[in-house]
Design a binder for this molecule. Structure first.
Ligand code: ADP
Ligand code: MG
Length: 249
């Protein structure tokens, strides 16, 4: 899958309060890979991820997926349709507490994606098996560990055959054990071949798992390239400083 971001601009606020968060940002990457979006806090990573996910409308610019323009500026129903084709895994996993793990995957497939019950069940069985959750299908979210809940959330995204998964700091505010579980899971997804766009502050993990890195500063992509090259030999001063700081301890 190929993702091309072309000249995306996004400002928040108006008048003297107006702040340009994405500044004519462009980026081109070929999946299946893990693309890590890195950069200082406030550089626009989350905003970019939200624009790509169709959750935030850009002021200008376009997004092309596999040669086809994403309908980012279209009316809500069309945008909603687009959103369905992507899997955004939010930090709060948004599971329905009154449904079993299995139902949490099956029900949206029926109600949101319009599958019939047989096909929804079949797909759910497949992904739950693939994510090692088959034996936990009948449990309710409260009976699952945090890592298992995250697996259900990801199973739901995979079951809907989303083109790729977007994670925004999936480990922030998690305890070390759960952080490890989530990172392990992302590594597994990479093995399966799921294209992933990952915003993370876990530099050690990004270094291990990312194929490509896009480094953002002040709403622009300052550097983009192979992760190995980026970590071993960052080109820009801003990336050099960032890495020196975050890798120092
Ligand atoms: P990052 O994820 O790299 O830390 P963000 O994309 O979250 O950066 O934010 C970039 C800047 O945009 C920040 O200064 C933030 O305060 C601002 N910002 C993000 N979303 C909004 C919003 N909805 N309204 C106003 N300002 C926002
Ligand atoms: Mg952010």
């Amino acid at each position: 899958m190929k993702l091309e971001v072309l000249g995306i601009t996004k400002s928040f606020g108006s008048g003297t309060e107006c702040r340009r968060v994405l500044d004519d940002l462009s980026l081109s990457v070929e999946f299946p890979h893990v693309l890590a979006l890195l950069g200082p806090s406030g550089s626009g990573k989350s905003t970019l991820l939200r624009v790509i996910a169709g959750l935030e409308r850009p002021d200008a610019g376009s997004l092309i997926l596999d040669g086809k323009q994403a309908p980012l500026s279209e009316k809500e129903p069309i945008l909603r349709e687009y959103r369905r084709t992507l899997g955004v895994v939010f930090q709060a996993f948004n599971l329905f507490p009154h449904m079993t793990a299995f139902q949490n995957v099956t029900v949206p497939l029926i109600t949101v994606h319009g599958l019939d019950e047989r096909e929804a069940t079949q797909r759910t069985l497949e992904v739950m098996e693939r994510l090692g959750m088959a034996e936990h299908g009948q449990k309710y979210p409260a009976q699952l560990s945090g890592g298992q809940r995250q697996r259900v959330a990801i199973a739901r995204a995979l079951a809907s055959r989303s083109r790729f998964l977007l994670f925004d700091e999936p480990t922030s505010s998690l305890d070390p054990e759960m952080t490890a579980e989530v990172l392990m899971l992302i590594a597994e997804l990479k093995e399966i071949g799921t294209p992933i766009l990952l915003v993370t502050h876990e530099m050690g993990f990004a270094r291990k798992i990312a194929d490509q890195v896009a480094f953002l500063a002040a709403g622009r992509v300052v550097e983009q390239g192979a992760a190995v090259a980026f970590f071993n030999n960052p080109q820009s001063l801003v990336a050099q400083r960032f890495l020196a700081k975050v890798l120092a301890y």
